[in-house]
Structure formats: C-alpha cells, structure tokens
Design a protein around this ligand. Structure first.
Ligand SMILES: Cc1ncc(COP(=O)(O)O)c(C=O)c1O
Length: 413
C-alpha cells in the first residue's frame, strides 16, 4: 500500500443522481447545483446495491488511512479531480478519568483538530472543492464563522480557484489570518453569519461566483459524512450509544446520519443507531427550541451570542434535516451556557491533558448535563466531537515569571 493509493488510482463511481431532501425530486448528477428546485438542500444518491457488490470491509481495511478510503461512497468520480492536503483519519481518544469521576460510561472524543487547517471543515471543503474542480467552477464565495473559510481558502488555492470569504467582524483572529494567508480575499462584516450569507447570495447573480454556503452546495455534506463512516469503522463496524455533536448549520450531524443509513444498506452495520444529540449554546439555540416546541423548522434566533463561535448560527437551511435525525434516532437537542463550556474546557485540559475547542467543550458540558438528568444512561458509550484544535482559539494568558538573576525560592514548587 502506497501513501497516495486512494488519491491516484481510478475506482468505480456509484453516484446516480441528486435528490431534494424535502420533496425527493430527482436532479441530474455531474452539473453545477446549489439548492433544489424547491429551494431545499440536495442529497447525493448512490447505487448502493452496486457499492455492496464492489466493496468489502477487508478491502477498505487494506487502504491508506485517509477519508478517500471510502471513495465508492463519495461523489468525486475521477482521481485527477481530488484536491488533497492529507485528510487523515482522526483518532478516538478515551477520557477514562472523567468517565470514572462522573460515574458514567465510556467518554470517547473524536478529535477532528488533526485534520488539515485544524478542523473538521476540511472534510466538507475538500469534497466541495474537488467537485468544483470537476465541474470547472472558477470562483467560490462563502460566509463563515472562521473554520470553514480557512478550509475553503486552503483547498481552493490548491485547486487554483479564486475565493472570496465573508465572516462576522468578531471572528477569531487566527481564522481571519489563516484565510488571508491561504490565498483567499476575506472581509469582516458587521453582522452574523447569515448576514454574510446574504452578501454571498446576492453576489451570485452580480459577480457570478459559486455560493459555497453550508447545505446550499451538495457536496460538503458528503465530506462530513466520512465522520460517520470512519467512526463506525474505528468501532469495529459498530456505532456508539450516543453522539454529541456541536450543531451550527448541522452538516456533520446530517452527514453522519446519512452515513449510517448507507452503511446499513451496503451491509456493513445493522439497524442499531446512535442517539444523535444536537448540542448548542444557550445564547444561540434555535434547534433546541424547535426540538422542544415539537416543530419541523427553526425560526431565526435573535441576538445570537456565545464563546463557541462555530455554533453561533442563528438560522440553518437544513433545520428540518437536523431535527429529523435527532428525532428518528431518539436523541435530543440540548443547550449549555458559556460558563459550562469554559468549565468543561478547563476540566478536560486539567484532568485529561486534552485541549478541546469551545464547541467541543460544549459537547462535554452537554454530556455531563445529560448524564446528571438521566437522558444519557450510566452504561452508555458516548462519542463527543471535538471539531477543531483547541489551539485555534485565544487561550488564557499565563503571567507567572521568574527572574533568573534573583535567588529562586524552590520551596514554592
Ligand atoms: C469548531 C466547530 N464546531 C462546530 C461547528 C458547527 O458545524 P456544523 O455546521 O456541521 O453544524 C463549526 C462550524 O463553523 C465549527 O467551526
């Protein structure tokens, strides 16, 4: 096995068409799409009976450890269109001390911070940009809370595609800098991500760029789907009892739900599903409200605020898909406040030596809350998604200093 086997050789492609997630209407593959004719997200459909015949668990096990090992279940047809920066499989890190302390079951953190550009957004954007290359798109634009823009900038530059990105003005500095450094034009906007989305939407007709917004583009979700494929494979083609996912636009949650369905159809897993838990911040919790109100769509959340900037998404175009996955899986949606997020981040860093990002810390805070109120059983094995490296966020200053010219009081150590 060579390191680039998954990227270089041709493999059979099984995409049959795209389907409107709301109406089921069929849309043609291999042409440029944004939303469906009904104005809803499009989902890629495959000849799963064909995949079942062509692919075995053993074949996958022999392939290089990156997300392209699942190529038969991905939309990119030709190897030449793959735009890779090394999309490694991410580790599952157990947190035994915290499990013991809380008296619950296994806490497993899937650490997405190891991916190129330091976040899980690489999964979605490597797919979107590879498909943009295949479809000869020349200019991509996107609203972002930071990490998605960084991933788009990196991959689009690699593919030679021009990129214009809009982010809220208080987006973490590191994100804005990495976007610019990786070759995109980036603008801070005095608004939230949906305000940035409006600029991208309007510019589509005026500038002619491609709108790469979450779920308004059909392939980011296919990339995010690999979180579910990979997780199941890493657990021995099994699923955990619960998945805690920091939910903004929800692509990852919807993608994983789609992954489990496809895996069952190709005979790799059975009918067991994890309970999908959508985690939001109490300062921006449209999905939690809609879940509790028993409705299918979530109205815009006004005055959205949280330190977990990646999940500060006031309104999601795929709201009904998030809520559908949560409900069908018998999961739930839960909000945690910024204080609990900070406390969770500190606790895991100090007790397990693992630095979460704030969105990842939200999943840990939500797990603790759910264990305490009985929504998660003590025997449940839970997977928490740490969607970005904790190092991408501002960290507290450490002020202790020593003067090497003065006598040191060794008693203080
Ligand atoms: C670190 C982090 N976690 C979670 C999310 C939310 O992801 P999704 O859009 O899949 O809900 C984001 C999105 O920006 C993010 O950057």
């Amino acid at each position: 096995m060579r390191f680039d086997d998954n990227l270089s050789g041709e493999r059979p492609s099984f995409v049959t068409h795209l389907e409107c997630a709301m109406t089921g209407e069929r849309h043609e593959a291999d042409v440029v799409h944004n939303l469906s004719r009904a104005g809803k997200p499009l989902l890629v459909r495959y000849d799963l009976a064909g995949v079942k015949k062509a692919l075995s668990k053993e074949t996958i096990a022999r392939r290089a450890p990156d997300l392209w090992r699942y190529r038969e279940l991905l939309p990119v047809r030709k190897a030449a269109d793959i735009v890779s920066l090394g999309e490694c499989m991410t580790p599952i890190v157990p947190m035994p001390r915290l499990s013991k302390k809380l008296g619950g079951g296994d806490i497993l953190v899937k650490d997405e911070g190891r991916l190129p550009t330091g976040s899980f957004k690489a999964r979605g954007l490597v797919m979107a940009v590879s498909m943009a290359k295949a479809l000869d798109i020349k200019h991509m634009a996107m609203p972002t809370n930071g990490n998605a823009g960084a991933a788009l900038a990196a991959y689009a530059t690699r593919a030679g595609i021009k990129t214009t990105i809009f982010c809220p003005e208080d987006t973490p500095e590191v994100n804005v800098s990495e976007i610019a450094l990786q070759g995109a034009d980036v603008y801070r906007v005095n608004g939230l991500i949906d305000d940035c989305g409006k600029i991208v939407g309007e510019g589509k007709a005026k500038v002619g760029w491609f709108d790469t917004s979450t779920l308004k583009e059909p392939y980011r979700i296919e990339g995010k789907k690999t979180m579910g494929l990979e997780l199941a494979e890493q657990l021995g083609w099994d699923v955990p009892d619960a998945i805690f996912y920091p939910t903004g636009g929800g692509t990852g949650l919807i993608g994983m739900w789609k992954a489990f369905d496809e895996l069952e159809k190709i005979g790799f897993i059975g009918s067991k599903r994890p309970r999908m838990v959508a985690v939001q911040a109490s300062g921006c919790a449209p999905m939690v409200k809609a879940y509790e109100d028993g409705v299918e769509h979530a109205p815009r959340w006004e005055n959205a605020h949280t330190i977990a900037s990646g999940i500060r998404v006031p309104q999601a175009v795929g709201d009904f898909l998030i809520l559908r996955a949560v409900r069908e899986s018998k999961g739930f949606a839960i909000a945690v406040d910024d204080e609990a997020i900070s406390a969770g981040l500190n606790e895991m860093a100090r007790e397990e030596g693992f630095l979460l990002c704030p969105e990842g810390a939200a999943t840990y805070a939500a797990y603790k809350k759910s264990l305490a109120d009985g929504r998660v059983a003590k025997s449940d094995r839970a997977v928490l998604f740490n969607c970005a490296s904790g190092l991408k966020y501002p960290l507290p200053k450490m002020e202790r200093k020593l003067d090497r010219h003065q006598p040191i009081d060794y008693g203080m150590f």
